[in-house]
Design a protein around this ligand. Sequence first.
Ligand code: NAP
Length: 368
Amino acid sequence: MKILILGGRRYLGPRLVKRLIDCGHEPVLFHRGRTNAPLPVESPIREVIGDRNQQGVLEELVAQERFDAVVDTLAFDAAGAERAVTVFGGRVDKYLVISSVACYGRLLHVPANENHPYVDSTRAFPMPSNEYSVGKRDVEQVMLAAYQRKGFPVIIIRPSVSYGYGRLFSIWGYSNRHVSRIRAGKQVIVPDTGEGLIQPVFIDDEAAIVERALVTDAAVGQAFNCAGPVAVPLWEYFSAHGTALGRPVQCVEIPSLYLEGFDPMLCVRASQNLVFNHAYDVSKLERVLRFQQFTSLEDGLRHTIAFQDQWGLVEPSADDPDDWIIDGYNASKVIKPRQQGEQLRRDRDYQLPEKSPLVTWAPDQYSA
Ligand SMILES: NC(=O)c1ccc[n+]([C@@H]2O[C@H](COP(=O)([O-])OP(=O)(O)OC[C@H]3O[C@@H](n4cnc5c(N)ncnc54)[C@H](OP(=O)(O)O)[C@@H]3O)[C@@H](O)[C@H]2O)c1
């Protein structure tokens, strides 16, 4: 297939280009020429330089040349989606849009399958993440409506947080300082109890899923969760780094609001996102796309850390804000919630029960 990628030179793009070439397709990139991540392929790829938001540019391109499919990595709002439908409607066989599981907002049930309700204001993320999730929802609604109304051949891929090569994430967003901390035997911070579930997807798996969707006719008009093989608690995500590094990992629980207080820009992700569950049903990938070859979290991390070591990308953990936070919280004179509860008990002279009510309660009390 001849495939126009809107974007393509930052993160997903280069891995997708490699996958498409390996599978015998012909990718053509369209971007402004500002971001230039290296493309991991032997021969140069055709690149068209232009701004997607500039009136007439994409119109001219599709008037001159036919593409079998488009991969849109730049869909962020309803207006952009409506333009895409106008420009590409009737001109391509497949229009694959990279959405996000953020379109669900905070989950009502886990694992969420593709029929989970979209985000609404009652389950909003904090700004600016909410703008992002609402934008992805609007993109999907515009494109699915166009599919139903006039057969616009949309395929929706909803990645969860992706990782691999130059990218790893932590409570600070995209940061790999925790790798240095584990190597140095330092503790790794988890917000609250660190039990919020996450399901990261290795970026090469994401690229493979996109390719499978492009060649599967039954994918048209459908949405697909695109997450890793398992959802794990955040503490287990860090433990899996330990497995990859051959080192033990000691997590330390810090209240998420303490983290947000320290850095409301970066740690808002920890306090308002990572303490909630993010777990997705990915069975549709196998059922419809026949995708099975998931990279395990341990293998993905091993590969990622080796890559980052090779290119000197691992951030040092000396003079690390995580140390200040751990020391600061441990030394803090602030009364902790547990101590406040104990104080209230003493103040109100509340008598503790001898046993948990669950022990004394018995069904035969109802049978008499
Ligand atoms: N990373 C995650 O965990 C995650 C999770 C869920 C969903 N997603 C979604 O994944 C998608 C892929 O992002 P990516 O950065 O990996 O994609 P990418 O295709 O590798 O890079 C984005 C490209 O868009 C180009 N671009 C930006 N504005 C443009 C414009 N106005 N006109 C033309 N080109 C423009 C950039 O190049 P120039 O600057 O040179 O134009 C760059 O090449 C995004 O939609 C994101 O929401 C990511």
